[in-house]
Design a protein around this ligand. Structure first.
Ligand code: GRF
Length: 194
């Protein structure tokens, strides 16, 4: 079965690129059909262009409210027959319009060991606190990084390293974990946090 995936991203797009390349190179049963980006000049847009992936650039400012904004996104996803949504640095809470149509089919990656450090700047906050660091992939619900956890990985790293070194290692870990979970989802495996 050819599963059609949409990735939502607002920033650099390293997770977008890792996921898209993995699918292009390793899976003939899935396709990243489109990028949905809510920031006009985000670097992820160029990454999608280079991989010939269609992009919807859309700003909530152009709509009356979140419902109208998400309805427009939904129209596009339905036109593209999207089965699965992967959030990869999309900086908005998903609202009911999308959640109700894609029940248990919206996944997110977050740079902390949830439920610790939900929300913005999670990596920096956990680094500054000298807390255990790691990455979580989870289902998306209406809360801020509160959905059911699919899988987590700790970062085993020397905590005397500078933040930017740790940040790079965290990104590598994110890419590995997100790809691993995506493969599991595509294989139809049931996952629980291990
Ligand atoms: C990642 O740290 C991800 O966990 C968070 O947003 C960041 C996106 O990074 N949700 P990138 O744009 O994929 O490089």
């Amino acid at each position: 079965m050819d599963r059609k995936i949409a990735i939502f991203a607002s920033g650099t797009g390293s997770n977008f690129e890792a996921l898209a390349n993995h699918i292009i190179n390793n899976r003939d049963d899935a396709r990243v059909v489109c990028l949905v980006c809510d920031k006009k000049n985000a670097p992820v847009i160029d990454k999608a262009k280079k991989l010939n992936i269609d992009t919807l650039v859309i700003s909530i400012k152009d709509y009356e409210d979140k419902e109208a904004y998400e309805s427009e996104i939904l129209k596009y996803l339905e036109y593209k027959n999207i089965d699965l949504i992967l959030l990869a640095g999309y900086l908005k809470i998903i609202g009911d319009t999308l959640l109700n149509k894609y029940v248990n089919r919206i996944i997110n990656i977050h740079p902390s060991l949830l439920p610790k450090y939900p929300g913005l700047n999670a990596m920096k906050r956990s680094y500054d606190d000298k807390s255990e660091m790691g990455v979580t992939v989870h289902y998306v619900d209406s809360g801020l990084d509160t959905g059911k956890i699919i899988k987590q990985k700790k970062l085993e790293v020397d905590r005397n390293l500078k933040f930017d070194v740790v940040e790079n290692k965290m990104h590598e870990l994110e890419h590995r974990l997100y790809i691993e979970v995506l493969d599991m989802l595509l294989e139809g495996e049931h996952y629980e946090d291990k």
